[in-house]
Design a protein around this ligand. Structure first.
Ligand code: CTP
Length: 218
């Protein structure tokens, strides 16, 4: 997939993998460290979760039934439109997501074009149109039992969930959709990163690759 994008103005790095595999930790580590070298206006992170479809028309008891691990739960077309606009040098308004409400917030984040855009999300590599916009694709390959433990802790502490709801959602949708969609999308990754978000060597290699690509984009 490397160099498949027609991007002249920015580099797009996609970080996919199971829920709670450590995608956002890799993304934020690369962001923090490259920000020092590039400047904060030249690098940014976009989370695929921002593109969950608006569910304002649904009551809460309906929203909890949505399968949030199926590609249809995401407005990937809007993400592609935003990436294409950013590559043309146009700013975009990215929806903000509220996991407690299972819905978009009223507010948006104004995102200006950057030299480096880091995308992170479970289903990014399942969509051909997104893949066409990506310069480097990464799949974080952490063991599923570790991912589940992390997800349980996170969802109870940060996303307002009960133990029962996390376990039920995991067995009904998270695990089956991982097997059906997320895991097969590993075939599209340029780099498979084991050991989750604390893999220092993988992060160093990714930073070096981004800097290498930036040289060619100048
Ligand atoms: N999700 C949910 N309820 C919603 C919307 C999304 O439970 N209303 C869950 C989906 O089930 C999906 C997960 O959010 O599995 C996607 O977020 P995840 O990848 O777990 O979070 P990140 O912080 O992006 O990933 P990581 O922990 O790997 O950094």
């Amino acid at each position: 997939m490397s160099n498949s994008s027609e991007c002249e103005t920015c580099i797009v790095i996609a970080i996919a993998g199971a829920s709670a595999s450590g995608k956002s930790l890799i993304a934020s580590t690369i962001y923090q460290e490259l920000k020092e070298e590039l400047g904060k206006d030249d690098i940014g992170i976009i989370s695929e979760d921002s593109y969950y479809r608006d569910q304002s028309h649904l009551a809460m008891e309906e929203r909890v039934k949505t399968n949030y691990d199926h590609p249809n739960s995401m407005d990937h077309a809007l993400l592609v439109t935003h990436l294409q606009a950013l590559k043309k040098g146009q700013p975009v308004d990215i929806p903000e997501y509220d996991y407690t409400e299972h819905n978009r917030k009223q507010s948006v984040i104004h995102f200006s074009p950057k030299k480096v855009i880091i995308l992170e999300g479970i289903l990014l590599l399942t969509d051909e149109h997104i893949r066409n916009e990506i310069d480097v694709s990464i799949f974080v390959d952490a063991p599923l039992d570790i991912c589940f433990i992390r997800r349980l802790n996170r969802d109870m502490q940060e996303r307002g969930r009960t133990l029962e709801s996390v376990v039920s959602q995991y067995s009904k949708t998270v695990r089956p959709m991982f097997l059906q969609f997320v895991q097969p999308s590993k075939q599209y990754a340029d780099i498979i990163v084991p050991k989750g978000g604390k893999n220092r060597i993988a992060i160093n290699i990714l930073k070096a690759q981004i800097k290498q690509l930036l040289k060619h984009h100048k």
